[in-house]
Design a binder for this molecule. Structure first.
Ligand code: CAA
Length: 248
């Protein structure tokens, strides 16, 4: 029997990340969830909870905003589990402020975690995927990287940057059997959107034609489609999953 393909999901213990881990495991992938090193205890608890529910996830620590930490993560994964076939860059944060109030730290933190991370992590899989002639890379962007969002100059810029990154790397790897795509979720029911002030959140939901937020599973399903072995000719694409909030 063939070995299962190995999938690494950065931000794998988060709201959307957890749903992606489950969807890929349900497809028969060997799933590794990346977590932010200070969150080790929560990550262990997460792993234990999902193992009890029948999901044999592994976890790996990585500060994706740091190149060396990302390199070390990939080294650890390759030495203990195997070479990564599927990479989902899902780690992300918000530091929402209007530009007139935004500090350099808030700008830097979001750019480093949400955009530099794609370089830091993807850099370490391109050669092995190319050599093996198979790879699936999915970058989790956002509707706000497409349309912009009041209070999110940092986040919108970083998520828009992921689209350029996706299309450039897709071209570099197109002839190697490696596809690179992005998914742009709209507002998804997670801790991140729970942190939006209630009245602001209600006003945002009113702008969604479907009249509700997405569940994380609705995003994960699209990631499982993109990473499926049969999805061989789609690359450099962005799939919006936003309930009609922004139609492109
Ligand atoms: N358009 C116009 N005005 C708006 C506005 C909008 N969309 N949103 C807020 N305002 C107004 C407010 O009514 C307020 O007006 P007054 O001063 O007249 O009362 C003013 O802007 C607030 O300005 P401040 O400079 O005081 O705001 P701030 O720097 O404290 O930031 C905020 C406020 C943090 C941006 C807050 O409005 C907010 O949290 N907005 C939500 C941002 C958002 O959508 N985040 C998404 C998080 S989830 C995510 O990112 C996942 C994903 O991919 C979708």
């Amino acid at each position: 029997m063939n070995q299962p393909r190995i999938a690494l999901i950065t931000g794998g213990t988060g709201g959307i990340g957890t749903a992606i881990c489950k969807a890929l495991a349900d497809q028969g992938r060997k799933v590794i969830a990346g977590y932010y090193p200070p969150d080790k205890d929560q990550a262990e608890t997460w792993r234990h909870k999902h193992r009890e529910a029948g999901y044999d996830f592994d976890i790996v620590a990585c500060d994706v905003s740091d190149y060396e930490s990302s390199k070390q993560m990939m080294h650890d994964v390759e030495n203990t589990i195997g070479v990564v076939d599927i990479l989902v860059n899902c780690a992300g944060i918000t530091r929402d402020k209007t530009l007139k109030r935004m500090t350099p730290d808030q700008w830097d933190a979001v750019m480093r975690t949400n955009l530099d991370s794609a370089f830091n992590v993807t850099r370490h899989v391109v050669e092995s995927m190319s050599e093996r002639g198979f790879g699936r890379i999915v970058n989790i962007s956002s509707v706000n990287g497409q349309k912009g969002q009041f209070g999110q100059a940092n986040y919108s810029a970083a998520k828009a940057g992921l689209h350029g990154f996706t299309k450039a790397v897709a071209q570099e790897l197109a002839a190697k059997g490696v596809t690179v795509n992005s998914v742009s979720p709209g507002y998804v029911k997670t801790d991140m959107t729970d942190a939006i002030p209630e009245e602001v959140r209600d006003a945002i939901i009113q702008q969604v034609p479907m009249g509700r937020m997405a569940s994380p599973d609705e995003i994960a399903y699209v990631v499982s489609f993109l990473t499926d072995d049969r999805n061989t000719y789609m690359t450099g694409a962005n799939l919006p999953v936003n309930g009609g909030m922004y139609m492109t």
